[in-house]
Ligand binder design. Structure first.
Ligand code: EPU
Length: 302
């Protein structure tokens, strides 16, 4: 979708909000799949309520993009524009055991920065790609930990009230790859409370997690991490593997040979290819195990 009306373009609060025309979502997502649309890059959180009022008043649908690492976007010209926060400098400010982190901050860099300042707890998240905001929204986790454990406050734009609000950690429910945020809430910043731990010790944990991840996940390839959530008490990856589906492809969308819950784009996979592979695997797991796999990857359909 393109913002055609020059009146709307001139009403955008530049330079706090920058319009990038015809951005390719394939370039903004780790899967490398997705069509084109106008992108608004936001430098100042305070501008968001006015900006969204402007978009709503002009019937311009929009979606919020984080790091694009858990996302499958439709092909072709997209029927909504995309909003994305620009990473500020600095991304993280520390105060004792509290880390104040911008939602646009890179998750891996945040974990490392906190570690270097003797704040641990998040070792498992080191290899998880994406932004802190994205991790927060889905309660990203790995190796027995999840980000929600450390959240004390979240600043967010709430679509329901059309205001920027601050929620206490206790007002948010964090479950396995799920939170109580509304789909159209936009994460802006988070206050984390992290346990003190010497850097050398944290580094040991980070190295162990990195090694586990390198040996079991296709890190160099284009993917969105795990495609399906694990059903209670079962592993989606193991079931897909047991069904002998590693290497199964639709076009350039392919089930990784290394980890069966990672579907990789080995060339020019389209969203249609990837969605058809997902539907096929879901059906085969249902037939084989009687379990209906739920997507972990977020799908933006056209
Ligand atoms: N397994 C297989 N074949 C495979 C993949 C896995 O047999 O192709 C077996 C493994 O040998 C292991 C079991 O299945 O016995 C579980 O596998 P793994 O330890 O890789 O964990 P997972 O349940 O597949 C989860 C998260 C990952 C996270 C890892 C490590 C989900 C959906 N996935 O994977 O998160 O990195 O644990 O904590 O919860 C993600 O969320 O995108 C993601 C990659």
């Amino acid at each position: 979708m393109r913002i055609e009306d020059p009146k709307i373009v001139s009403a955008l609060p530049a330079p706090a909000v920058e319009l990038k025309r015809g951005a390719s979502l394939a370039d903004l997502t780790s899967l490398g799949i997705g069509g084109a649309t106008d992108l608004l890059r936001i430098r100042k959180h305070e501008k968001i309520p006015d900006l969204l009022r402007l978009l709503d008043a002009n019937n311009i649908p929009h979606k919020f993009l984080g790091g694009g690492s858990n996302l499958l976007v439709a092909d072709g010209e997209l029927p909504w524009i995309v909003l994305q926060l620009v990473r500020p400098e600095p991304e993280v400010v520390l105060e004792g055991n509290f880390a104040y982190v911008d939602a646009a901050a890179d998750l891996g860099r945040t974990v490392t920065f906190c570690a270097m300042n003797d704040l641990g707890g998040m070792e498992g998240l080191i290899g998880v790609p994406g932004t802190v905001g994205g991790a927060l929204r889905m309660n990203a986790g790995a190796y027995g930990m999840q980000i929600g454990t450390f959240v004390r406050e979240v600043k967010l734009y709430r679509a329901a009230s059309r205001k920027i609000e601050t929620l206490k950690g206790s007002q948010i429910s964090f479950e396995y790859r799920h939170t109580s945020f509304a789909p159209d809430d936009m994460m802006l910043a988070v206050k984390l409370e992290l346990p003190s731990k010497p850097y050398r010790e944290i580094l040991k944990g980070i190295r162990i997690c990195n090694e586990k991840r390198r040996s079991s996940q296709p890190l160099g390839q284009k993917s969105a991490g795990c495609i399906f959530k694990n059903p209670p008490g079962a592993s989606a990856g193991r079931m897909i593997d047991e069904l002998g589906l590693k290497g199964l492809s639709v076009g350039d969308a392919r089930i990784s040979d290394r980890h069966a819950n990672f579907f990789v784009n080995v060339g020019k996979a389209s969203a249609k290819d990837m969605l058809s592979l997902i539907a096929d695997v879901r059906e085969r797991v249902r037939a084989g195990y009687g379990l209906l796999l739920e997507n972990e990857v977020v799908v933006w359909s056209a």
